[in-house]
Design a binder for this molecule. Structure first.
Ligand SMILES: *Cc1c(COP(=O)(O)O)cnc(C)c1O
Length: 367
């Protein structure tokens, strides 16, 4: 019996009739960019996140990058980013022309440690990007308090956290603006690349609507040097179909996470995800730490269970950031996490029987 890490074919088989129907509607409409489907998705997603605005863009990296641009953050500026994240968070700062300044995570939550942020603030710091990694919430009140004190913008990287709650409030509406990714494997995924920004800031929303579309609000009138980063009609239509399922999907993710949390808690060789009392995560990934991570991965593989490492190399040790000249050992908490983590299969189409099978094999390994 094989349990793949993620098989989107099962999800799409379930939704085939609806996805095909909206594909046909868009095809027949003859309108593929910035039309009704986008306008409706933006309304529906803003309403889902509880924000005033949603601006669809080409992908999650562009969402973060364009937010920084819209705030005028660029060359000579510094942006505080988590050291423990997917590289896109850092690249957003780099694309804007700013310098990403990494801050280490809390080893319990894997998210940026608010207690370490102030030491990284300089006169050049303009913003903090907080990532809700693996669908677990960053400590937004603490981060917003520091930002207010220093006059900084706060941006949520909500690529992995659609539907997660912080003190009962939804991810995507907890800071100045949030970048979302609808990469196919995310909790809400398109059938290709797509992303969005949510915000309550009217001026920012206006600026972003121009930036994503060649700097133009009125066709062929270009007020600023913009980009081409639009969420197309087909992807918007597919996302509208899937948005109706997200609540139910996230509940299934939570149910599977409960099975893992209960079933693995007795194993001393594993460190399970820690959930602060103020968080209700959406388990984009179920990540455990194990000193013998590579052996565990091979053992699961031999039993037909797929796993993935999110992520094997931290951004500061990537060739892309060789310019920072940060040696191994310079961000020890992130490096420890990267060397010990492994993501077990968890997606809404995984059955609880599958999750129990995963438990059984992990327990065999630990014994
Ligand atoms: C996926 C992801 C992004 C980038 O999203 P894309 O749509 O792939 O550009 C940014 N940040 C994090 C934390 C992500 O997981």
């Amino acid at each position: 019996m094989n349990i793949p890490f993620l098989d989107l074919k099962v999800q799409h088989q379930d939704l085939r009739a609806e996805l095909t129907q909206v594909f046909n509607e868009v095809l027949d409409s003859g309108w593929f960019i910035q039309g009704n489907q986008l306008a409706l998705f933006e309304q529906e997603y803003a309403s889902y996140c509880g924000t005033k605005h949603c601006i669809g863009v080409g992908n999650g990296l562009d969402a973060l990058h364009l937010i920084l641009r819209a705030y005028g953050i660029g060359a000579g500026d510094e942006v505080i980013v988590p050291s423990n994240t997917y590289i896109a968070t850092w690249l957003a700062a780099s694309y804007a022309g700013a310098t990403p300044v990494p801050v280490e995570p809390d080893l319990a939550t894997y998210n940026i440690d608010p207690a370490l942020i102030e030491a990284a603030i300089t006169p050049r710091t303009k913003a903090i990007i907080a990532v809700h990694l693996y669908g677990q919430m960053a400590d937004m009140d603490a981060i917003n308090d520091i930002a207010r004190k220093h006059g900084l913008k706060v941006i949520e990287d909500a690529a992995q956290s659609q539907g997660a709650l912080y003190k009962g409030r939804l991810s995507g509406g907890l800071a100045d603006a949030a970048g979302h990714s609808f990469y196919p494997g995310k909790n809400l995924g398109a059938l290709g690349d797509a992303g969005a920004i949510t915000t309550n800031d009217d001026a920012l929303a206006d600026q972003l609507r121009m930036l994503r579309n060649y700097g133009s609000q009125i066709k062929y009138k270009n007020e600023i040097k913009g980009f081409n980063s639009r969420l197309d009609e087909l992807q918007a239509a597919f996302l509208r179909v899937k948005l109706k399922k997200i609540t139910q999907w996230n509940e299934q993710r939570r149910a599977l996470a409960r099975i893992y949390q209960q079933g693995l808690q007795q194993l001393p060789s594993l460190t399970l995800p820690y959930v602060p009392e103020w968080a209700d995560p959406v388990w984009h990934l179920y990540v455990v730490r194990c000193a013998k991570r590579d052996e565990l991965q091979q053992y699961l593989q031999a039993a037909g269970i797929g796993t993935v490492i999110h992520y094997p190399i931290p951004p500061h040790l990537q060739g892309a950031y060789a310019e920072l000249d940060m040696a191994t050992g310079s961000l020890p908490i992130s490096e420890k996490i990267h060397s010990e983590i492994i993501s077990l299969p968890l997606d809404p189409y995984l059955s609880s029987a599958d999750a129990h099978r995963v438990l059984e094999v992990v327990r065999q390994f630990a014994a």
